[in-house]
Structures are given as structure tokens and as C-alpha cells.
Design a protein around this ligand. Structure first.
Ligand code: NDP
Length: 284
């Protein structure tokens, strides 16, 4: 376990979330309990999963095996694109709690807005999540992949502001428009694919800064996010990389080093993932 304590971010509902966590996208379901157990062993106390990852049960198995006090672990999941209708959202939320073996989740998100599906109605979906928070089954609720106009619409039509918006952010895609919209509503930004799935790790600027501070490219990139104030949860199936990524807590970047990484932004060309305005995949 790293010597440094993971900082927390206070969300606008006054709950706190560990700023550095562990993501399990593309961790095979059969390997998830092992990976999450190793992450907890390494010192992670924030796990980010989703219904569509198909591995919530593995997360639940690892949490049960670890036997940590419930308040010491922060767990997030996200609503499947197949379950946006209010009745489906409620039913699938209950299934998520069962798979995670929890009676409440810390954070539940709408995974994608899907503006071209469900007659463009993500507002009733958001209203349903707001009800789950009111009932206390989800301590906090938020969204993922929401563009500024999507945020405006749910806030205007429901009056409920998400605590987080989880969107793609890394040095090749700084996504400043969405980060600014989030900040305007006091919504915390969660940066997904924080190391661009590995793509930034052999960038000459990242490698140079890593050499300067005596850290690895992944640690430097994660540190860049932390100093910007975003929440991150890098994924790795390898225990040594899980520990390496936690080492980002012990690095410090100067203003010039931060600016050097800022300068890598490629705008829209830098995205690794789909655009939220057009992404419409609904799983079987
Ligand atoms: P990341 O940017 O975290 O990169 C993960 C990749 O980098 C894996 O291939 C991993 O390989 C490799 N890697 C991890 N650490 C290191 C290291 N220290 N050195 C070298 N390579 C490394 O990508 P993700 O897309 O997984 O994003 C992180 C999390 O964000 C997800 O797990 C998920 O929780 C969330 N997410 C959310 C999305 C959304 O729509 N809301 C979309 C995408 C992600 P290996 O496992 O072999 O070590």
C-alpha cells in the first residue's frame, strides 16, 4: 500500500468521494473479483463499475470477501443504455444492488444520455435517479457523458443537479467545454480513460516530464488530473500497475509541467471514445 493518503473531493450534496479510485471497464467478469480484491489490497477505496460492464457481481464478491466497514469503500455503478425507461431503471437498479451485495450504493449514474433514443427523453430517467437518491438507496446520483446542453435540460426540467458528470478527459482530449459547464453547476468532473487507455504513455512530453520528476508516465498523467481537481479511476488488471498508479499521489508537477501536458490537447481528434451526441448503442 502506498504511504500517501488518497485525497477526497466534497460533492455539492456534501458527501465525499476519494479522488483516485479503480475502474473495471473491460475487466473480464471472471477476473473481476480477483482484480478488485488486489485493488483493495493495494489501498484503493473507490470502485467504478457499470451495469454494461457485466462485472458488478465480481465487484460484489470482492467487497464481501474484503469485509471492510461499508463507509470505508465508495462504490459507483451506472445505468445500462437498455434501461432508460423509469420502470426499467428502477428494476435494474435493484438488480445492481443485489449483484454488488449492498443495500445502498454511494453513486449511481446515467451512463449515456442517448439523445437519439427513447424519443430524446433522458429527463424522466434522471427524475427516476433523483427519486432513488431521495429514498436513500443511492446516496448520490449523477450522470456520465452529458454534454452542456444535456446538463442544462435536466437541471431546468427537474431542478436536480447531478453531483458528478463522468466524461472522457486526458491530455489528448482535455474536454474543457464540458469541464467548464460542470464547474458552472458545481458538478465534479470524473475523468474517464484518464491515461487514454495507454495512448499518452509514450508521448515524448509525458516521458520527458516523467523523467524530470522521477516518476512513470502513468503517474505523471494521473497527477496532472489530480492537480486539475478531477476524479480519476484508472483500470488495470495487474497488481503492480494498480500500485504504480496509486503512486501518482506522491508526485508533484510544477506549473510549467502542467502547462506542457495541457499543450498536448488535440481537441475532438483526441477522443478515444464515441461522441455523446451520436452514441446510441443499446446492449441486447
Ligand atoms: P484507462 O485510461 O484507465 O487505461 C486502461 C488501460 O491502460 C488498460 O489497457 C491497462 O492495461 C493500461 N494501464 C493501466 N495502468 C497502466 C500503467 N501504469 N502502465 C501502462 N499501462 C497501464 O482506460 P479505461 O477506459 O479503462 O478508463 C478507466 C475507467 O473509466 C474505466 O475502467 C471505467 O471505470 C471508466 N470509464 C467510463 C466510461 C463511461 O462512459 N462512463 C467509458 C470508459 C471508461 P492492463 O489492464 O493490462 O494493465
Amino acid at each position: 500500500m502506498t504511504g500517501a493518503t488518497v485525497p477526497t473531493i466534497t460533492l455539492h450534496d456534501q458527501t465525499t468521494i476519494p479522488q483516485l479510485g479503480f475502474g473495471v471497464f473491460q475487466v473480464p467478469p471472471a477476473d473481476t473479483a480477483r482484480a478488485v480484491s488486489e485493488a483493495l489490497e493495494a489501498g484503493y477505496r473507490h470502485i467504478d463499475t457499470a451495469q454494461m460492464y457485466g462485472n458488478e457481481a465480481g465487484v460484489g464478491e470482492a467487497l464481501a470477501a474484503a469485509g471492510l466497514p461499508r463507509e470505508e469503500v465508495y462504490v459507483t455503478s451506472k445505468l445500462s443504455n437498455a434501461s432508460h425507461r423509469p420502470d426499467d431503471a428502477r428494476r435494474s437498479f435493484e438488480e445492481t444492488l443485489e449483484r454488488l451485495r449492498l443495500d445502498r450504493i454511494d453513486l449511481f449514474l446515467i451512463h449515456w444520455p442517448l439523445p437519439t433514443r427513447y424519443d430524446g427523453d433522458f429527463v424522466s430517467t434522471w427524475q427516476t435517479l433523483a427519486e432513488l437518491a431521495k429514498e436513500g438507496r443511492a446516496t448520490s446520483v449523477g450522470v456520465s457523458n452529458f454534454q452542456p446542453d444535456h446538463l442544462d435540460r435536466i437541471v431546468q426540467e427537474t431542478g436536480v443537479v447531478p453531483v458528478v458528470n463522468q466524461v472522457e478527459v486526458h491530455p489528448y482530449f482535455r474536454n474543457e467545454t464540458v469541464r467548464a459547464a460542470n464547474a458552472g453547476y458545481e458538478i465534479a468532473t470524473e475523468a474517464w480513460s484518464p491515461i487514454a487507455r495507454g495512448a499518452v504513455l509514450d508521448d515524448p512530453t509525458v516521458v520527458r516530464v516523467a523523467d524530470e520528476v522521477g516518476a512513470t508516465p502513468s503517474q505523471v498523467t494521473l497527477r496532472w488530473h489530480l492537480q486539475r481537481g478531477d476524479i480519476v479511476f484508472p483500470k488495470s488488471v495487474r497488481a503492480e500497475r494498480m500500485r504504480e498508479n496509486l503512486g501518482a499521489l506522491e508526485v508533484e508537477l510544477s506549473d510549467q509541467q502542467m502547462a506542457a501536458l495541457d499543450g498536448l490537447d488535440r481537441g475532438e481528434d483526441g477522443r478515444c471514445g464515441p461522441h455523446p451526441d451520436t452514441f446510441d448503442r443499446i446492449p441486447d
